[in-house]
Design a protein around this ligand. Structure first.
Ligand code: ADP
Length: 378
């Protein structure tokens, strides 16, 4: 069965009408960024910021209509609004604004009710090794005997398909929900499974949120002890919204030791504090370099900067990970070091991180706080 074309997709949507104006959403030019990857289709519905609640059933109807097309196995539609909701404001991209007609507020429903703990891995900026840390942490937790999921929420540069060795296309259980892809026993989901790596997708705040909510809610995660979420880098609106909306059990912040990187790490600490997410601690990545030839240790960046930053900000220092070619080679080859060489000192550094994170989750759950988080549409 051949892949559908953009025209096929638009044609299947023609009959879907905007609930208020009664006009076709295609005619209104609301469909944008159609991406077709084999039998998987994705696009955005451009809506007014105040209409998210009104348009949610339309979004679902679009997914349903496209899934009926021959050759389509999955369809992901996200809502996007030109103007974003103010960060920190209670107005949510999924809540009707003052101008919107009164529609009954949907009952909050759990998005991933079987997931017991959600741990975000964040960084103040890109390129510090956030994804590498998130992936090795996930496999490290798996090696501790936990049931683990890995959600690649870094939709700007999804790394999980390449770095975690999770490739292929997610199949669908019932034409509605996707099955995650298992890699070395960890269940993975990433936008990278659904769209081309170089697909011209422009992500705006509400769209990011919608994509992540769907990757949580429309995926058969089953029962998991912990889900590791690789957040998009930075501390902008998109990250803040995720930190606000997803009931995180805790956050791990990754930084390299230089002052300039630590400035961004501090922003990440402040962001999580602002929305009351417990900070599990800081990881110093590329902390030091051990020469594979002579065994000599070099502190290429300002070693210890993250530890000092953690102390100053009153958060825990979780681990120091060396700058090591094997870490890069193994993750670039899709077999992270924790899997490729679990007894190596590099893998042991990640394993120590995994133990700390496991203990911190247990401590939080022991306190009764955020136990069995329920992820809800607000
Ligand atoms: P981010 O998610 O912060 O953008 P990545 O995890 O994608 O960063 O890492 C960026 C690059 O640095 C990748 O090529 C990765 O393999 C490499 N890298 C990350 N951590 C280390 C490390 N400790 N030692 C060597 N290379 C690393």
């Amino acid at each position: 069965m051949g892949a559908p074309t953009r025209e096929d997709v638009l044609k299947s949507l023609e009959a879907i009408r905007h609930p208020r104006t009664g006009r076709s959403i295609v005619e209104l030019g609301m469909v944008s960024g159609v991406v077709i990857k084999g039998s998987n289709v994705g696009f955005a519905l451009e809506i007014d910021p105040g209409e998210a609640e009104l348009m949610e059933p339309v979004r679902r109807a679009c997914e349903e209509a496209v899934r009926q097309l021959p050759g389509v196995t999955s369809c992901t539609v996200v809502l996007t609004a030109e103007r974003q909701a103010r960060p920190g404001a209670s107005a949510s991209p999924l809540a009707a604004g003052p101008g919107a007609p009164r529609t009954p507020r949907p009952q909050p429903k759990p998005l991933a009710p079987g997931v017991r703990a959600l741990v975000a891995v964040a960084s103040g900026k890109g390129g510090v090794g956030k994804s590498t840390t998130a992936i090795n942490l996930a496999f490290g937790l798996k090696r501790l005997g936990l049931r683990v999921g890995l959600l690649d929420a870094d939709i700007y540069g999804p790394s999980v398909p390449r770095m975690a060795g999770a490739s292929g296309r997610p199949s669908s259980v019932d034409g509605k929900r996707l099955r995650p892809i298992a890699s070395f026993g960890v269940l993975c989901m990433s936008m990278g499974f659904l769209v081309e790596e170089d697909a011209p997708m422009i992500w705006r705040g509400p769209m990011v949120q919608s994509a992540i909510q769907q990757m949580l809610g429309d995926v058969e995660w089953g029962e998991l002890d912990v889900m590791v979420i690789d957040l998009p880098p930075g501390t902008g609106d998109a990250q803040l919204t995720i930190a606000q909306r997803v009931p995180l059990t805790g956050a791990v912040i990754v930084s390299t030791p230089q002052d300039i990187a630590l400035l961004d790490a501090k922003k990440a600490i402040n962001m999580f504090r602002k929305v009351d997410v417990p900070i599990f601690g800081i990881v110093e990545n590329m902390s030091y370099f051990v020469c594979p030839h002579c065994g000599g240790r070099s502190e290429i960046f300002a070693y210890g900067g993250a530890r000092a930053c953690a102390e100053r900000y009153g958060v825990d220092f979780l681990a120091e990970i060396p700058l090591d070619p094997r870490i890069r080679e193994t993750s670039d080859a899709g077999r992270p070091i924790v899997i490729a060489d679990p007894e190596s000192p590099q893998a042991q550094a990640y394993q120590a991180l995994a133990r700390s994170v496991r203990d911190k989750i247990a401590a939080r759950q022991g306190e009764g706080a955020r136990t069995f988080p329920r992820i809800v549409y607000l």
